[in-house]
Design a protein. Sequence first.
Length: 310
Amino acid sequence: MDYVTLGRTGLKVSVAGLGCGGPSRLGMRDGKSEEECAGIIRRAFDLGVNFLDTAEVYGTEPVIGRALAALPREKIVISTKKKFPLDNPKDPANETRRSLEQSLRLMRTDYIDVYHIHGVEPQEYDYAVANVLPVLVKLREEGKIRFIAISEAFVEDMTHAMLARALPENHWDVIMAGFNILNQSARRAVFPKTLAANVGTLIMFAVRRAFSQPKRLREVCADLKRRGLIESADDDPLGFLLKEGGAASYVEAAYRFCRHEPGAHVILTGTGSAEHLRQNIESINKPPLPEEVAKRLREIFARVDCVTGN
């Protein structure tokens, strides 16, 4: 496993982070028991993963608590998120504090390493800064959280408008952004700002349906071609990844592309299968794609900022 420093937090984190939400939720959506799901976390730790990302709304915080009972807490970095918008916007302080206290109980820990405001859309940003950020600062002073973070709502904000506005204000130690081969717009809108301010960056959506389902990838590329956003005379414009890129699969290529992007610290990967987890970690830790291949990908999708990869 490769490790990097998560920006100005100083935390040494695995480049592969275990995402505990997403389509799999550690196997919960397939009906696996809490103990089976906790086993995925313990397996990830055995494979060198020390970064876990969850959220209040994922429902997997109890699974993390179960797994942590058998793991050294001081060797694990936990990232979780406060649901947003708030259920009670008239009482942000009490709601945020209650959520944080519940996360601590469920995960059986007395502190959270990285605590996010979750999925903030551009029009919600002012409220988050005015009403939730001060509460997080207070919780940090109390030692209940170590670093303050914000994650974007990538499905609704594919151009990163919220993060482009938030980052210059320098409130955030860590951010979470969507980035993948199909939508590389964070390279322009996000990464220059995170690099300049030494902000830790978590990457979501590196692999979604488009890269795990070849039929879906062809559909997305065909739609982008019809819209004039990419140019290709080939019905399979990414076929060269397997022929010239030295990648065993589109999934592997997608993880390698994101992992070696300047400004990307942790690439999140989610699964409910121990073997799938091993394969994903192996892909993330492989060398970068050949430069000529990566350059071609940058050129093909240079104008795309309207897809997520789902």
